[in-house]
Every structure is written in structure tokens, then in C-alpha cells.
Unconditional design. Structure first.
Lengths: 199, 281
């Protein structure tokens, strides 16, 4: 059994969270609130450290005066808390939104759309290639809502639907596997690190 | 009726069964064969092909709740990178929990002759999503004027020649959701031609496969299973391999429950139809 106090604390808190399977208890709520509080505090500390290294040190010690502009934008963000000055925070929000949209729009077309379309143009010389090309066509056709569906093209949409169902099933199965892995980490922590049953 | 009982098994029995099924192979390890997938092999081959002087950017992007699935893969890949002589590794984090795992790597994994500052650098947390990634790819020194510990980046010998994404031979990101490797593909691979590989949770691995097919992504280590495969390639045993028996048993348990529940559902439908048909007579 572990003698590390932090292992005991983390294990007891994990069991408090799992008590939710029995019922919504005081132990569960206590553990949940501790998690939320520590998460918020930790996030704040990391964010401040990032600001210190990227903004305050270069601005005040290296005299990079151009960083006054982002400093003003950071301060303006907090005007959101003052109702009369709330409109000033929109200036700070406009920069990341506009910048992000521009960067992502350009990169999405050249980095995602064109390469993915090119990768779908495959020779039909293997089962895999046929499935990829036909499947992509059928699923894309299913989402063409601006064209009136006709009886003779309904099988194309049907194939698209069935392929999507298979994909969603696969997606669900991988999600179950991912959550199982997280659960196994919990078991290893409780029965291995804490209780010492798993060697 | 039996079909009713099959459909309405008390949940507490299901939880207890799941606990026993997963705990048994952990307490009494059952060695199961692990076959290495082509996507994991690709990551291994890319790292194996690194030459002295090459630099790797390792980005930790998962939260603490996903660490059980993603940290084993990160650990295995990091061990491989630091075993390559002359290869530098620069680590960043785009999640607030990321710096914690970077520090754990530095504290627990023996990097041999590699020294912090000369071969290994921890730059810390990078907020701002893809815009920040774009800024980092353009100018690393402007994005991170100091490392995680407050040291001026210009004083770190490892960072002297690393100015933009094109100076890195490989970028590996380890993420559980959100942007995933797509941001690095769009910014680093498309604009600078940098090789990108990824460690992803199994639920996100499916969405990365199109990028493997289009050769925008040079490999994928998927979840705990991917970590076990990578450990096999490194000829070591770690937490990835340790969890494989339990994960296999859990998958079989779910399949049995699926079959049982469907037998209950179909049997009940059949019984209702038979009863309704008998009533009509």
C-alpha cells in the first residue's frame, strides 16, 4: 500500500467521483467541486506564466515597446466586467476572431480541401480504392439537398447512408475503447499505485 | 419472461461484472500477442530515420483526464527520440495541463547524455489555438521569447538554429480532441513542408486516417493500443502493454452484453408478435 499522501488523496477523490454510480452524493459533489476549483486555479497559473514569459518580461526587461499594443488589448478584455465599458472588449475580441478566420480559411483550402480531393482521385484497381471513391461519391451525393431527389438516384443516397452508419458504428466502438483505456488508468492507479494489488 | 430479464439486467451487476473482467487480467497478467499496425510503424520509421543535428517539436495537447490513454504513447515516443544520438527535442504544450506532463517526461525518463538547453528544451504553454501555431511556425523566437522556466531563448544553444517550422525535421503532437493534428498539417506541413506525425486517442484516430492516406500525416499512434505497439517496436514493456489484456477482455465483455441485449430485444419482439397473433385467432 502506498505511503504517499498525494496517492491517497487522488485515489479517495477518484472513488468519490465513482460514487456517482451509486447515487449523487455529497462525496461526489465535493470531489467535483475540488476538481473544478483546482482546474481553474491551475489554468490561471499556467496562463499567467505564459503572459509573464511572452509579454511582461520582453516588454519591461527587454524594452520591446510594440508589446504595449497586446497589453492594452489584454486590459480592454476585462472591460467586459464593467457594463458601461463593455463595448471596448469587442476590440480585443475582434483581433483573434478576424485573424483566426483569415489564417484558417486560407489554410483550409490549400491544406485540407485540395489535398483531400486529390487523395480521393484514385485508380479503381483495388477493392480499397473502389470503396473509397464510390463511398466518397455516395456520401457526398447524400448531402446534396439543393437537387431534387429522383427515384433512380435513391440507391446512391442509400449506399451513402449505409456507409455513414458503418462509420458511426466504428466511431462509437473506438469511443468505447478510448473510455475503457481511461477506466483502466483509474484501475491501475487504485489497485496498483495505491493498494499495491497490481504489480 | 426470460427476454424481459435479459433486457433489464440491473446495472449494478453489469458494473460489477465489468470491474471483475478488467481487474482479473491486470492482477494476473495474460500476455497477448500485439501486432504492429502500419500507422504506428510509420511513426517509428520516421523517428528512426532522424539524423544527428535534426530537431523534433513535441506538442502535448491533452488534458489530465485523458492522460491514461495518451501518456503511454507520449512516453514511448519520447524515449525513442531521446535515444537517437544528436537529435534535439523541443517541447511545447497547447493545453493547460500539458506542461505538467512535459515536466513528468523530463523528470522520469532518462535522456542519457542529452542536456537541458543543449539537446532538450521545454518552451511551455502556447495559448491561442491555430493562430498561435501559425505564429510559432513563422517565428519560434518571437512566439517564445523565454522558455517555461523564464530563461531567455537566445541563451539556449539548442534554439540557436531553430527559427521556424522548416528548421524542424519532425513535428509530433499528442492530442485528445479539439484541433488535433489538423492545425499542424494546415500550418506546418502545408506552408513549410515539415513532416507531421501524431499520437491520438482511439476515438479521434478514425478522423486522422484520411490525412494518412493523403500523406499529409506521416504516422499515427492510436491510444493505448498504439502505445503497446510502439513499446513492442522499442522492445520494452510499459503501461501500454500492461493494459492490453484488460482492454481485450473489456471488448469481449461488451460484445457479450451486446449479443445478450439483442437476444432479449428480438426475443421480446417475437414473443409479443406471437402473443398478438394468438389473440387474433
Amino acid at each position: 500500500m502506498s505511503t504517499d499522501i498525494w496517492v491517497w488523496i487522488s485515489s479517495i477523490l477518484s472513488l468519490c467521483i465513482f460514487s456517482f454510480l451509486w447515487k449523487d452524493s455529497l462525496a461526489y459533489r465535493m470531489a467535483q467541486n475540488i476538481f473544478l476549483g483546482i482546474g481553474a486555479g491551475h489554468g490561471l497559473a499556467i496562463a499567467f506564466r505564459s503572459l509573464r514569459n511572452s509579454l511582461f518580461y520582453p516588454l519591461f526587461y527587454e524594452k520591446r515597446l510594440t508589446l504595449i499594443i497586446p497589453l492594452i488589448l489584454v486590459v480592454l478584455l476585462y472591460t467586459k466586467l464593467i457594463p458601461k465599458l463593455e463595448y471596448l472588449s469587442r476590440i480585443s475580441l475582434a483581433f483573434p476572431i478576424g485573424l483566426g478566420a483569415g489564417i484558417i480559411l486560407r489554410s483550409t483550402i490549400s491544406g485540407q480541401l485540395f489535398p483531400q480531393v486529390a487523395a480521393t482521385l484514385l485508380p479503381l484497381n483495388s477493392i480499397n480504392n473502389i470503396i473509397i471513391v464510390v463511398g466518397t461519391f455516395c456520401v457526398t451525393y447524400y448531402f446534396l439537398f439543393t437537387i431534387k431527389p429522383r427515384r433512380n438516384t435513391q440507391p446512391i443516397s442509400k449506399i451513402g447512408i449505409y456507409l455513414m452508419m458503418v462509420t458511426f458504428g466504428l466511431s462509437f466502438a473506438t469511443s468505447v475503447a478510448a473510455n475503457t483505456a481511461i477506466y483502466l488508468g483509474f484501475l491501475q492507479n487504485i489497485f496498483g499505485t495505491w493498494l499495491g494489488i497490481i504489480k | 419472461m426470460i427476454f424481459d430479464k435479459l433486457r433489464n439486467i440491473d446495472r449494478s451487476w453489469l458494473y460489477a461484472g465489468f470491474l471483475l473482467v478488467t481487474l482479473f487480467p491486470l492482477v494476473f497478467p495474460i500476455p497477448l500477442p500485439v501486432t504492429v499496425s502500419s500507422t504506428t510503424q510509420q511513426v517509428y520509421d520516421v523517428i528512426e530515420s532522424l539524423k544527428p543535428g535534426d530537431a523534433v517539436l513535441l506538442s502535448v495537447e491533452f488534458a489530465a483526464d485523458m492522460s491514461a490513454e495518451l501518456y503511454p504513447g507520449l512516453e514511448a515516443v519520447y524515449k525513442h527520440i531521446v535515444s537517437k544520438p544528436g537529435v534535439k527535442v523541443v517541447m511545447i504544450a497547447t493545453s493547460t495541463d500539458g506542461p505538467m506532463f512535459v515536466q513528468r517526461l523530463l523528470d522520469t525518463i532518462d535522456a542519457g547524455d542529452k542536456q537541458y538547453g543543449t539537446d532538450i528544451v521545454n518552451l511551455g504553454y502556447l495559448p491561442g489555438g491555430e493562430s498561435a501555431i501559425a505564429a510559432l511556425c513563422q517565428d519560434v523566437h518571437k512566439t517564445f521569447p523565454r522558455d517555461y522556466y523564464g530563461t531567455d531563448i537566445k541563451s539556449l544553444p539548442a534554439m540557436a538554429d531553430l527559427r521556424s517550422a522548416s528548421d524542424f525535421a519532425l513535428i509530433i503532437n499528442d492530442s485528445s480532441g479539439g484541433l488535433g493534428p489538423v492545425g499542424w498539417i494546415r500550418q506546418a506541413h502545408t506552408n513549410y513542408g515539415t513532416t507531421v506525425a501524431t499520437i491520438l486517442g482511439q476515438d479521434m484516430a478514425l478522423s486522422a486516417l484520411p490525412y494518412i492516406n493523403s500523406r499529409q500525416l506521416s504516422g499515427l499512434v492510436a491510444g493505448l493500443r498504439g502505445a503497446a505497439e510502439y513499446e513492442k517496436l522499442l522492445d520494452t514493456v510499459g503501461s501500454g502493454t500492461a493494459g492490453m489484456g484488460a482492454q481485450s477482455f473489456a471488448a469481449i465483455y461488451f460484445l457479450v452484453l451486446l449479443v445478450v441485449a439483442n437476444i432479449g430485444f428480438l426475443g421480446q419482439s417475437w414473443a409479443q408478435k406471437k402473443h398478438a397473433g394468438g389473440g387474433n385467432k
